[in-house]
Design a protein around this ligand. Sequence first.
Ligand code: KE4
Length: 440
Amino acid sequence: MPKPVRVRSREAFERACRVIPGGVNSPARAFGAVGGQPLVMARGKGAYLYDVDGNEYVDYVGSWGPLILGHCPPKVMQAVEEALHEGSTFGAPTERETELAELIIDALPSVEMVRMVSSGTEASMAAIRLARGFTGRDMIVKFAGCYHGHVDSLLVQAGSSATTLGVPNSPGVPAGCTRDTLCLQYNDVQGIRDAFEVHGDRIAGVILEPIVGNMGLVWPTREFLAELRRLTDKHGSLLIYDEVMTGFRVAYGGAQQVFKSLGWDDIGLPDLTVLGKIVGGGLPVGAYGGRADVMRKVSPSGPVFQAGTLSGNPLAMAAGIATLKQLRDHPPYARLEQITARLCDGLAERARKLGISHQIQRAGSMWTLFFAAEPVTDYRSALQADTRRFARFFWAMMDRGIYLPCSQFEAAFVSAAHSDPDIARTLDAAEQAFAEIASA
Ligand code: KE4
């Protein structure tokens, strides 16, 4: 099979590397985990990406989650264009900010008030500061394999036990920033019990991805979520769901709605929810919201400071409003469930035929193909996956026009723009790619 020509992409990337660290504005795009050079993209349309050499790809990254409607959805484009002619930013309240806040509150029963920021990182950082400000405590609990943005206090190594306080996992993060962070194992009920046993009255909040995308797709157990809610209630800590990836993705009401539909009533609701990606419709938006008594502590209504020049930016609000209205009024979730299930079942069938160890884990249109023999339930089991085999599969699919996330530890996304022929084309490519790696 002839490899696609990528001359311009190589030249463009080499030029980028001369002026931008690693040639990218986010390391997730750097292909470090799969080798080779990232492709420089020129445009997107519907389910497709086109690189600067004109090669077409079926896109399963969707800009790492925001593009549930695909590239250039007409109504979103139109809304941004209209907003643009009124002005790009005012630094003053605008009605679009209120409208998007109302849409979020209507979608998520746990959210009574919401504040807009410009990224998921900002939203997580603010939510943590708010939990600390509201409780007057310092300690935060997070889980290995969950990512909440490049927040200093959350860039910690996975702890070895429930009492191992955080050690930074990046240069530039002072030890003091992570000293109050506990990093536990996801789905480890005994681990959180031990942590609250030792630190309960010092824990300001627990933050987690309620369905994880950032170690690959991993489901929580009902018991884990129920115990988190029980212990945070008992000790007066806040429970923070980071739904940056799952919000409006796995359901219009995010993971919280999925759990309700599963009848998991004993897990309660989070006190705060962090949002991003889809809520901005492809433009820079993050948001955090939750209980009104907690949110009222945020400046200027309360003492917990948080600010941002472009927070609630009118163009980004317009994109977010148009996206959420499209999702609310013409929900794609039943079809996304159906075509993503067909894709994942087809991948599993083709891998099984060739005796390739794999686990396909999915939540709605978010999914991960792990090259692993056992189900992935936490970060330790995720690390058992065969990342070299993933890298070979990644390039075998890329060379057949299928654009997957460039890491075993990421989720892939199907959009409402993906068609049945796109799924068929992907499965044909996978059949050849599996055969290629099985013989390697
Ligand atoms: P941003 O600051 O990238 O908008 O959001 C950070 C964030 C917070 N919470 C969750 C659950 C997230 O998944 C993210 C960002 N996700 C990564 C991909 N796994 C974004 C890709 C990137 O960093 O370039």
